[in-house]
Structures are given as structure tokens and as C-alpha cells.
Design a protein around this ligand. Structure first.
Ligand code: ZN
Length: 211
């Protein structure tokens, strides 16, 4: 008996469950490498579409109640240090809310393009990590904790990767959203200016890339 005959002879209940199981396994198969919360799935998939190299890379995006000093954070998992580079796992933590002045934003309420830019920057960090050896990653982590100059270097590298992948429109929008938002504290704006690429630098990089 062919598989189709078997399918035809099943009662309705079984047929439904077969379709259900097929749908579930198809979606598991498609997203085996990327785990993304439903509420930001569109934004994350859009940002990921700029990084074809990361399509096979294990990345989980997770909401966290509060992240010190930043809104998002990308890092390799602890187990990754015992694995080959191609088998590394990365986590992007996203703060559920972030307070950048007296006003508290809910991450889900941030405009779509701003989130895409933000996630694109975090994926830039993952590109940077993928290009590093294990020992280099360890020293990266230590330097990031203790050296301000190194944080600047790492943040600018993430922005640069994002622009190199054609995300300048989103990265600029994210930057301008923060820098021009009247509800966002000056101290936070200064932080953005200090550690990240400026809108002018992003435009120069994008121009150089398309030349
Ligand atoms: Zn960053």
C-alpha cells in the first residue's frame, strides 16, 4: 500500500494529526538554528536576512527582565567554549523594558525599524565573535569588562559589520531615534555618541561600500 493510500484510509482525526505533526516538524526544521520570541519575530527575521552567513548559526533571542546599562546584549553561551566554531551557540538578550530617562519604554512598543536596527547591531557582534578564536573570545570578554577603549572598539565593530551588510538605513534610524528623542536622557545620548559610530561615519562607510 502506498503512503498516499494509507493517508486516504485514515479517519479524519488521524489525518488532522498527521498534518499537524508535519507542520510542526517543518517549522522546527526551518527554524532549527534560530529561536525567536513571537512578538519580535518579523523584526528579527528581517535583520537576519541581511546576514546570510548566519543562517546556519545557532542564535537564540530571549527577553530578560532587566539588563544592566544596555537594551540588548549578544554573547556566546558558556558551552560554546568547548565546541568547534561552527557549533557555537549565541544568545541575544533583550530587555523587556528600558528606562532611558524618567520614561520607561516597553521594548515591544518601539517602532519596527528601530528594533530591526538594534537586532542588526547585535548580529554585527555575532559576526565579530564568529571571526574570533576561542582564546580571543575569552580575552575579548575580559577586556570588555575592564577597558572603556575596548568597549568603543567592539561597539564600533558591530556597527561596522551591520553597515557592511547593507543595514545602514536601519542603523541610522535607530541612532537618530535615540539622539533626537526628547524623552531620552542626555546621559544616555552621550553614551551612544561615545561608544558607537556617528550618523556621519555610518554614511561615509555606506558610501565607501557602494563604491
Ligand atoms: Zn553592542
Amino acid at each position: 500500500m502506498s503512503i498516499f493510500m494509507l493517508y486516504y484510509n485514515m479517519n479524519i482525526f488521524n489525518r488532522k494529526s498527521v498534518i499537524y505533526i508535519m507542520a510542526i516538524s517543518a517549522s522546527l526544521f526551518m527554524n532549527a538554528q534560530h529561536k525567536i520570541p513571537n512578538s519580535i519575530e518579523n523584526e528579527a527575521l528581517k535583520a537576519l536576512s541581511f546576514y546570510p552567513e548566519l543562517s546556519e548559526c545557532n542564535i537564540e533571542i530571549r527577553f530578560k527582565r532587566n539588563i544592566k546599562k544596555s537594551t540588548m546584549q549578544a554573547r556566546p553561551t558558556f558551552q560554546s567554549f568547548f565546541k568547534k566554531r561552527s557549533k557555537r551557540n549565541y544568545v541575544i538578550l533583550i530587555s523587556e523594558t528600558f528606562k532611558i530617562s524618567d520614561k520607561e519604554f516597553t521594548t515591544k512598543d518601539i517602532p519596527s525599524n528601530i528594533l530591526i536596527g538594534w537586532i542588526g547591531h547585535e548580529l554585527g557582534h555575532i559576526m565579530d565573535y564568529q571571526n574570533r578564536t576561542k582564546t580571543n573570545l575569552v580575552s575579548f570578554g575580559v577586556k570588555y569588562l575592564f577597558s572603556d577603549r575596548f568597549i568603543i572598539e567592539a561597539e564600533r565593530a558591530a556597527d561596522t559589520y551591520a553597515v557592511a551588510h547593507g543595514m545602514e538605513k536601519y542603523i541610522l534610524e535607530t541612532k537618530n531615534f535615540i539622539l533626537n528623542h526628547s524623552d531620552i536622557a542626555v546621559s544616555y545620548k552621550d553614551r551612544i555618541k561615545k561608544y558607537y559610530l556617528s550618523p556621519e561615519e555610518i554614511m561615509i562607510l555606506a558610501e565607501e561600500r557602494s563604491r
